[in-house]
Each structure stands twice: as C-alpha cells, then as structure tokens.
Design a protein around this ligand. Structure first.
Ligand code: VG1
Ligand code: CO
Length: 543
C-alpha cells in the first residue's frame, strides 16, 4: 500500500490543555488539523516505528473517522501494532488498563470527556504514556513544540479497517487487533472488589439506578452491574452510547444529571444512584435524598478502603487536586498516611501512583481513582461505594452523617461561570494575583483573610515544577476560596470559583451547603469583583 507524504504547515492552538487537545468538532474536521496533531504526537514521543499502541474513545461524533485516520498514520509511520476497542470504543479507564496490561508504548484516547459531542459539540485527542496515564507536561510540551514546526505528515492510502468485529487484521505491515472494550476492564474490577458480596447485595433487593448519560459506560455498566452482579435489568439507563450523547451534556453533576437527581429525591427513590461522564472517568454518587460531593466521596472511600479486598492492607498515601476540599486530609490524618496536594488534572497523580506513594486519588470534579489504572475511573468508584454499602449495611445518608460526625465536615461547592469573555476572565485573575500578597489581615464581606498565594507544585518524584495552578485564599474561620480558569473549555473562558468551609461543631453538620457557604461566596465576590466584571448574577453550574 502506498504511503503518502502530505505537505502541511503549523496550525495555531494545538497546545494540549488539562487533559489533551480539546476543540470544537468542526475544528478537528478542518483540513490537516487532526493529522498535524497526530504526526506531532509521533514526533513528541520519538516516533512510533516498531511500537504498540492502544486506540479507543467515547464514541462521540467523528471518532470513527478519526480512528481510521490515526490507524493509517500509525501504519504509515511503522507502528508494529495497534490494539483498538471494537467500534473504536474504550472508556478512558479501560484504555488505561489495556495500555498497562498489554505492556504497550502508550495509547490515544478520542474524547472530550464531559463536553457535549456532535458536529456542533467538542472533540478531543489525548495521548497516554506506557504507564497508562495522561502524558505529563514534559511529553505534552514536546508534542506542542512539534505542532509548531510540522511541515509534512505521513499517511497510508488504504480502505477503512473494519472495526466492528474482534480479531486481528493487518494494515500494511501493522497488525490491528480489535478487542472487546469491556472484557479486560470487567476482569480487573472483579479482582478489586468482592463480587460475591455485591451479588448478594442485589439478590437481597438493593435497588440502584446508574445513568450512563448515553455515553461510553453504558456497555460496561450493563455487563458488570446487570450481567455479572445480577442487578435487575433497567438498573442501567441511557446505556447505549450515541455520537451526540442523546443531545445531552454527559457531565455527571446535579445540573446535567438532573433526571437522576430528581429520581433520587422522589418518593420511589432507589437505594443508590450513580452516573458517569462521556468517557467514563467521572462519577456522581447520590443516595436517597443525599447528594455526595466528589470531595466527600474520595474521603469516604479512603476512610473505608480496608473494606475492599484490594485495599484491605491499607493505603500507602492519598492525593487530591488543590481545589478539592480538605475532607480527604482529615481522613489521612486519622489513618496516619501522607496526603499530597497536586495541580488540577489527573496527569499530576501519575508519578505518585507509579512510585507507590499514593493509592487513592481524587478531584472535586467528580474524579476518583486508584493505583489500579492511571486515570480516574467512574465505574470503579461506583463499585467501591457499593462494596462499602454492602459491608456496612447502611444508607448513603447515614454513612455520610457518620462520616461527618467522625471527621468533621468540609462544606464545599464549585461555582462555574462559562463562556466569559477571555479578556475579562484573565483580567480578573491577574488583578487578584496582583493583590494576593497584601490580602492577609484584610476583611472582605465580613471575612478576614488569613493567607493567600498562587499554587505551584514541585513533583516529589521527578522534581518538575508546575506554576500558576490557581489562586487560593483562606479565611481565619476555616474558609477557603480558590480561583482558576478551566483548561478544558473550547469557547471563551470558564472561571471556576471553589468554595469551602470547615465545620466541626456537631450541631452544625447538617446544613444546606449553599447556605453554609454564603459568607464565603460573598467574600469571593468582594475579592474578585466577579459579578460586576462579568455582569453575571449567578453561576452557570453549581456542583
Ligand atoms: C476539568 C476538571 C479537572 C479534570 C479535567 C479533565 O479541568 O476541573 O479536575 O481533571 O476537567 O476531566 P478544567 O481545567 O476544565 O478545570 V475529564 O473527565 O474532562 O478527562
Ligand atoms: Co471524563
């Protein structure tokens, strides 16, 4: 088959963000856009000749065509083998598992995660390294450099590979192995959790709703929850992946998973509810009349980890992203294990997990995971919760009440302001950054500032430093405000304001979070001038 060398020139804006390169689908479909980036990945990793890669994604619009292009480009550049999920489907954690299990040289995940899909939605390409995790900054910056210098790319002239049936084919000299996307992942889950206990839980009448949000976890949840664990058919809803996620927004939070939230707060609510995002790495946990914030969720998992077979020996350490609440720190203190604070984005957990310093990790953005893969893992978190509930035989609400009584509660909420004019957003952050040093001792909306800084992270394993990772301000009575700009959006800027208030008074553990945080919210607005600068009266999304 012919290998074509196509002339091209650099395209602006191919800098990977928090989690790979994310753009409007139409941008990815422009001439050479995808090809330039893929060739730059090859360059950034020192070529693919003789290498084995994994390829899959969340099945969003354009994935099928992008997968064919990537296969032709891998073949043209001499890859030995590409392991592809059937129909180019692989959840992000399943891809991470395959990269590790098959000892490959890395993989490409086609997803824009929780962003909507479709011709008018978003698309994304992410490279993961041989440890199964998102490429660290050292690699992504090489890829970005390559996008600025590219002049040609190589692609094979060939028919589409039939990705619909598992088995092995060849494309030129490259072997293409198509695998069932669920099988290896399901096996991994059965090794981590007590599946007998979970089967007994469902056999005993425990009820659950899992909303796959028309995204990639549908097949996984059907196979594991309804298949292997015997949950009644109908437990999984919206379980067939669709290219535009049924026209929805596959972000598992109280706003976008409102149907599930309503059901869990209704009179016929099942015992347990959960949802996952586009690519299956996020999770939402909700009990009957009880939404669990992701920051609390990772703290609960840490506190109860020894109930799960894989973690029965305890945790080496835990880690959370900086904006995630400090509920996890409280648990770590009790468990007497290290608690690391990293910048936003799963790539920063990789070194800690590889070095055995952290076993569990979490982000406030509905991401929880462990050293079983190198990505956050939605369904794993759900199974973890089920395993805990099966052992402790309590409701989610009682478990949370007990947790807060034991450790105290960190009231927490994130307020997002989306599609803000980029200049306005940058000025807001720059102005706050400029006055950080003077803030301690000053009072804003009745709150006295204790400390303020811009977060930078020195990786304890490889010594690399990540700067400008968010502005943080603490108040004298246990409050914390973090402000940062999103690195995954594709339109304007998204301002994220993270709000937290620690509470240990046993009489005050049962408040409505927005109400408990109202002083901190007012303080944040006075500090940043957000409502005046943006003209927004309220956030677009509250989690
Ligand atoms: C967001 C979240 C971050 C998460 C990232 C990728 O990033 O805040 O915690 O790791 O998305 O998640 P940002 O830069 O927009 O705040 V996913 O599920 O998109 O892979
Ligand atoms: Co995701």
């Amino acid at each position: 088959m012919d290998i074509l060398t196509i002339e091209t020139s650099p395209i602006d804006g191919q800098k990977p963000g928090t989690s790979g390169l994310r753009k409007k689908t139409r941008t990815f479909m422009e001439p050479h856009f995808l090809e330039n980036f893929v060739q730059s990945i090859w360059t950034g990793i020192g070529g693919v000749t003789g290498k084995t890669l994994v390829l899959g994604g969340d099945g969003r619009y354009f994935s099928d065509r992008a997968a064919q292009v990537i296969l032709r480009m891998a073949a043209a550049s001499g890859a030995a083998k590409v392991i592809v999920g059937q129909n180019a489907l692989l959840s992000t954690p399943a891809a991470s598992n395959l990269i590790r299990k098959r000892k490959t040289d890395g993989g490409i995940i086609l997803s824009a995660s929780h962003n909507p899909g479709g011709p008018d939605g978003d698309f994304g390409v992410k490279f993961n390294t041989p440890n199964g995790g998102p490429a660290a900054e050292g690699v992504t910056s090489k890829i970005h450099e390559a996008t600025k210098e590219i002049s040609t790319y190589r692609i094979m002239e060939a028919q589409d590979v039939d990705l619909s049936t598992p088995g092995t084919q060849s494309l030129g000299r490259t072997e293409i192995e198509i695998v069932d996307p669920v099988e290896d992942y399901a096996e991994l889950m059965s090794q981590i959790f007590d599946f007998d206990k979970l089967r007994a839980l469902f056999a005993g009448g425990f009820t659950m709703r899992f909303d796959a949000m028309h995204a990639v976890t549908g097949p996984y949840a059907h196979a594991i929850l309804e298949g292997m664990l015997g949950a009644p058919v109908g437990t999984v809803v919206n379980g067939t992946p669709s290219p535009d996620f049924g026209g929805g927004h596959p972000d598992p939070n109280p706003i976008w998973a409102k149907t599930l939230m309503d059901e869990m707060h209704g009179s016929d609510a099942p015992d347990f509810g959960a949802a996952s995002d586009g690519d299956g790495d996020r999770n939402m946990i909700v009990g009957r009349n009880c939404y669990v914030t992701p920051s609390d969720s990772v703290a609960v998992l840490a506190a109860n980890a020894t109930l799960v077979p894989r973690y029965s020996e305890g945790l080496a350490g835990v880690a959370r992203s900086m904006p995630t609440s400090r509920a996890l720190d409280r648990v770590a203190l009790r468990l007497d294990c290290d608690c690391y604070e990293t910048p936003t984005g799963w790539k920063f957990f990789g070194n800690l997990l590889d070095a055995g310093r952290a076993t569990l990790c979490g982000e406030e953005s509905a991401g929880t995971g462990s050293d079983h893969v190198r990505e956050k893992d939605g369904l794993w978190a759900v199974l973890f919760w089920l395993n805990i509930l099966a052992e402790r035989e309590v409701s989610v609400a009682d478990l949370m009440a007990d947790h807060w009584r034991t450790y105290g509660r960190n009231y927490y909420s994130r307020h997002d302001y989306e599609e803000v004019d980029a200049d306005v957003a940058n000025a807001l952050v720059d102005d706050l950054r400029g006055k950080l040093a003077d803030l301690p001792g000053q009072t804003f909306a009745g709150q006295t500032i204790e400390a303020a800084d811009e977060f930078a992270y020195d990786d304890p394993i490889d010594g690399s430093r990540a700067e400008a990772q968010g502005l943080r301000v603490t108040t004298t009575d246990g409050g914390r405000i973090v402000v940062r700009l999103s690195g995954t959006g594709t339109e304007g800027a998204t301002i994220r304001v993270y709000l937290e208030k620690a509470e240990t008074d046993p009489e005050k553990l049962d408040r409505d979070p927005q109400e408990a945080l109202s002083d901190i919210v007012a303080c944040a607005d006075a500090l940043t001038g957000l409502s005046e600068r943006t003209g927004r009266k309220k956030p677009d999304v509250i989690t």
